[in-house]
Design a protein around this ligand. Sequence first.
Ligand code: KDG
Ligand code: MG
Length: 402
Amino acid sequence: MKIADARVIVTCPDRNFVTLKIVTSSGVYGVGDATLNGRELAVAAYLQEHVVPALIGRDASRIEDTWQYLYRGAYWRRGPVTMSAIAAVDTALWDIKGKVAGLPVYQLLGGRSREGVTVYGHANADTVEDVLTEVATYVDLGYQAVRVQTGVPGLASTYGVSKDRLFYEPADSALPTENTWSTAHYLDHVPEVFARVRDEFGPTLKLLHDVHHRLTPIEAARLGKSVEPYNLTWIEDPVPAELQEGFRLIRQHTTTPIAVGEVFNTIWDCQQLITEQLIDYIRATVVHAGGISHLRRIFDLANLYHVRSGSHGATDLSPVCMAAALHLDLAIPNFGLQEYMRHTEATDAVFPHGYHFADGYLHPSEAPGLGVDIDEELAARYPYRPAALPVNRLQDGTMHSW
Ligand code: KDG
Ligand code: MG
């Protein structure tokens, strides 16, 4: 069964998505997500110009060999653009393999290790009062885990806090918008938020918080200590993670668990974090970390060191990525949590899928393959719109981590 055609589909049903559709000589096809928020066309061009020509005529059943061919064959290894492109190919080939076998992909990965995939939603609001209402919405929907973000008094706007509910879009303008940041205001405010949420919702609801890489290790250590009484499931991205050993300092000071990895693209980005047990959850995901094959490798390494998965699942990862993530989440032994920001109706219509939410869990489709598709005709009605992620400046005008 040879690869006969590979199409790169760029569409914007409320936000941009890049999808690779691989069609085989027997007519079976598979889909893979290649969306890189704010840099979508770079991946689309990488696929179109460099990957698609190399795929035509290859044996579609050779997933691992194709992965190695694309990774080694580029000479220029790693990086989000390369790894998202490879991820799309890998995901599409797993979809094809499942369809050919007549099995959902999780069966090919060893079968189910659990009944459902526990997900967390995003409660965000400008004020503490309003965020309590948002958390209640998720609790009413059956969620067992909620990420809580609020505006920070004294700052005009805060990344990750939007007017949209159940989904939000941080890439809000063709060129990056600029927010203002103050670590002092932030560190003063966050403990009060979690004191109120715990007080209102009791001890069992899993609570999470995303720091979006804005602190230094010692500041993150202080944050972790200050929220210890509220028993968070994790603080996420406390510091930028290029300096993996920086997490050691956080670790030495707090028992609040740490999650990191949504911007990682290979196992090398988290090797030290995992092997030195500097983190508790690894948040790499299918689309940005080389597909199902490579992410499986990361999770297997993590399993040796008591690190659980906590995959990124924001709205800029398409339903194709979500479907693939759910198959992997269901099969691995060290699953922790899966992020689930719901997509808009327009996105769901372009990507018909069989996964569904019930009682705090997502369940992958039982259809052969990934159980997700792309409606190419509908996709063509939503042309690409440039959209970039924002940046932050300190109050004195210094450019800061986003
Ligand atoms: O594209 C960036 C978003 O996916 C990211 O900001 C969302 O931090 C995020 C999260 O944890 O979902
Ligand atoms: Mg995050």
